[in-house]
Write a protein that binds this ligand. Structure first.
Ligand code: ADP
Ligand code: MG
Ligand code: ZN
Length: 502
């Protein structure tokens, strides 16, 4: 394989305008498969969740999964689509060992949902509308494992194993219209779209949409056209990209690769490509021109799907609050600026903050601890905020101790440190580490006397009326008590002892 020297991203965008198309497959979280009663549970013994229908044995007959159809309608509604009054399944005919029926039951020119859009928010807070061509129902294929080679790919393998447990698991494929006008932000739009779509799917409760588990995968179609022109260029289709970061990287790489080929006077071949996580490049898959013919025809073994209007309206009325609306509501409730809300989103802290508030913490406290102390730790350890070994209830308890004056911020940080270190609940840690704020006058009086005695010059200034000098004495007391003194009470005591009124 020859290594190409790529045109820089900036140079690519100086000459060309990217057009993208995103195809996202979502595995529904139904208990059973789309056309039979086999379990969809992950992790079972290979080929233990199969039957004549999902193995495509002669004489078997499929029956459509009602929850699968309902989930498809919900997704369509959440994506602002029209819902078909009547639609059918279609056979997409091709041979591959992971597909024992020799056709995939899918939908073709009659998708259940079409003509929608999803508004996505970019990192700078602006909104970009991605138009949706269609969302259709289909089924997953089985899974092949290629054994004996170094790479796990078919090349170099000695044999292949097939597991049909996944064959027939319901999929919804969501296809965008060509995304134009994103310019240099195309990779960011792609990532933001998949992220928002994932949130929508999760809010509907139709799938966990875990990309790392293959429950959601994205094909990135990309083409370039010279700046200022209309006609689309030839697209490449990078298949099965399986993380948000990879979606962004794949789009970016393809922009540079297309620009390199085009600048050189070459032509882009319409083909599928594979994305490589390790070096962020793509390599050629199979040539795929538009003449590819799957001999689609209507599935004769399944009745058409005709969602009653009243039922569709019932589902629409029962849709949960969608992520975008919810975010706007929370931002208003928490009194955050756009910028503050954006940092909450970027940190993945919405749920955590919400749960902390639900456990009794004021909004500003909840945000402060998650975005400060805990975000820093997540960053340092390269982990997700939600993976920190502290719960929203525990953070709320720390905030309550601060509000009650039992902890100051410095002590609260130590309590959080204790929770993270597995020392127990906040109250236990206060007890065990002896972290409570000292506001008892007899205990503080001694430290105040000492600070005055050791800083006579400052004490004299305060007596002379330069009351702002008190900060230095408060600081000395805080230091002597290792941060445990009640700073407000210390200040009062100093003024009392020096005979001035603050
Ligand atoms: P296929 O089955 O070949 O993948 P689809 O129509 O299902 O075709 O999906 C193609 C995706 O690519 C759609 O999102 C479509 O909007 C988009 N698309 C079509 N033509 C282009 C192009 N020239 N450049 C970029 N994207 C394109
Ligand atoms: Mg495709
Ligand atoms: Zn089955």
């Amino acid at each position: 394989m020859s290594v190409m020297t790529l045109v820089s991203y900036e140079d690519a965008l100086a000459s060309y305008d990217p057009v993208m198309g995103l195809e996202v497959h979502v595995e529904l979280g139904t208990k059973t498969k789309m056309f039979c009663g086999c379990s969809t549970e992950l992790g079972a013994e290979p080929n233990s969740q199969t039957c004549p229908t999902c193995l495509g044995l002669p004489g078997s007959l499929p029956v459509v999964n009602a929850i699968g159809v309902e989930s498809a309608v919900k997704i369509g509604l959440a994506l602002n689509c029209d819902i078909a009054e009547w639609c059918r399944f279609a056979r997409k005919n091709y041979f591959y060992p992971d597909m024992p029926k020799n056709f995939q039951t899918s939908q073709y020119d009659e998708p259940i949902a079409f003509n929608g859009y999803l508004d996505v928010q970019l990192e700078d807070g602006s909104t970009f509308r991605v138009e949706i061509e269609r969302a259709h129902m289909e089924e997953d294929t089985g899974k092949s494992s290629h054994v004996g080679g170094a790479t796990g790919r078919i090349h170099g393998a000695t044999h292949s194993l097939l597991d049909y447990n996944r064959a027939g698991i319901p999929l919804i494929e969501i296809v965008t219209k060509p995304i134009e006008g994103a310019g240099e932000r195309a990779p960011e739009v792609a990532k933001a779209y998949v992220a928002e779509l994932r949130e929508v799917i999760r809010s509907l409760g139709v799938s966990e949409a875990r990309m790392d588990k293959g429950q959601m995968r994205c094909d990135v179609n990309l083409s370039l056209r010279p700046n200022g022109t209309e006609t689309f260029g030839t697209r490449s289709e990078t298949k099965n990209v399986n993380s948000l970061r990879s979606v962004e990287r794949a789009a970016r790489y393809e922009i540079q690769r297309h620009a390199t080929v085009l600048t050189d006077g070459g032509t882009i071949v319409q083909e599928t490509r594979h994305f490589h996580e390790d070096n962020g490049t793509t390599t050629s898959g199979r040539i795929k021109d538009n003449a590819e013919d799957y001999r689609y025809f209507p599935e004769p073994d399944l009745v058409p799907v005709a969602p009653a209007r009243a039922w569709v309206e019932e589902l629409r009325a029962a849709l949960p609050e969608l992520p975008r609306v919810r975010r706007a509501r929370l931002q208003a409730e928490w009194g955050l600026t756009d910028k503050d809300m954006q940092s909450v989103l970027n940190a993945g802290a919405v749920e955590l903050i919400q749960e902390t508030i639900a456990a009794g913490a004021p909004a500003d406290q909840a945000r402060k601890w998650w975005l400060g102390e805990l975000a820093r730790r997540a960053n340092e350890t390269g982990t997700e905020l939600s993976e920190q070994p502290i719960t929203p209830v525990q953070v709320a308890r720390v905030a309550a101790l601060v509000a009650e004056g039992k902890l100051n911020d410095k002590l609260a940080r130590q309590v959080i440190e204790g929770v993270l270190a597995g020392e127990g609940e906040p109250d236990e840690i206060v007890e065990k580490r002896g972290l409570a704020v000292v506001s008892d006058d007899s205990a503080l009086g001694e430290a105040v006397d000492k600070a005055i005695a050791e800083n006579e010059a400052i004490a004299a200034k305060i007596r002379d009326g330069k009351v702002q000098a008190v900060g230095a004495l408060v600081g000395a007391v805080m230091k002597a008590t290792r941060g445990q003194a009640d700073a407000a009470r210390v200040k009062d005591l100093i003024f009392e002892k020096l005979g001035v009124s603050g």
